[in-house]
Ligand binder design. Sequence first.
Ligand code: FES
Length: 357
Amino acid sequence: MAEFHDLKVEDIYKETSDTSVVTFNIPEELKQEFSFRQGQHLTLKADIDGEDVRRSYSLCSGPNDGKWQVAVKEIPGGKFSTFINQSVTVGDIMEVMAPSGHFGIEVNPEASKNYLFFAAGSGITPILSMIKAHLSVEPNSTCKLFYVNKTAKSIIFKEVLEQLRNTYFGRLEIYYFLTKERRDIELFNGRFDDEKMEILTKTFIDIPDTNDVFLCGPEQMINFVSDYLVNAGLPKELIHYELFVTGLSEEDIKRAERLSKQNLEGTEVVIVDGGKEFLFTMTKEYNNILDAALGAGADLPFACKGGVCSTCKCEVKEGQVEMMINYALDDKEVSQNLVLSCQAVPTTDKVVVDFDV
Ligand code: FES
């Protein structure tokens, strides 16, 4: 089972007025376990006012940088992000889980690809790691970044991006879009819309020559840009995305409501974890396997409890479950009977789920 490790905060600095970049010191013996692929995230855990709070943050350092860095933007009212931005200092010990997640593709020194990246706000964090990885390992590949922020001052990693543009001269193009400040060139004012996408796909983006597209930001942006690119002729399988701020579709809301009302009292659940079995019967206070198992005393991995991070995933070995929300598992994983236990509602009287996956 994935476990938390105590790691020292080696450095913390403000990248913008509301975003801190935290660097963790990884001891020699954990370096192997903490090796990562660009696009993966770390799950952090802290006791905040007596509450066990966990959040996942994408690594913004590149896999070859020899650094483990995450950028955390303070969200008003956000417990964990406020804690990081206001309370954490150099030398603090934090509990951190080894990198996980499957956003990002293999890098290949022989590749000669053209990548497109679309990011909004703190959605830049996994994208920055990807740009670094592809540019440093694939000398014949190029990257184009389309990056939306509110104001010039709020652009996270502007300096780092500019340095990369200089270092990899001619292989990284960056286009900044601002939503709360106006600039002379109308194209760069505001969010992506039909008009902008039309200009971008005519002038800056060569669809037949594009190999992979990565998007990270709010769901609305991801859906809009992906649909536009697919309609413009880009094969859907070349589009990879990670939602940063989730919004629910009508269908999600209806399904989640229907499932959350189900009375699961009496459902038998067997958890397999670390090769051992843990059996319990669900009571009516719980509407998902993870919460019911934690309530019954099991020690299972989880982070977001929102269907986003996949830390809580398990395999259904017997019986059936339905997920309320699933932003983390792709179709292939779902067809392999993988589910997010924090979203899993049993639909048979007995289920057996295996966390050793
Ligand atoms: S805890 Fe994040 S998807 Fe379940």
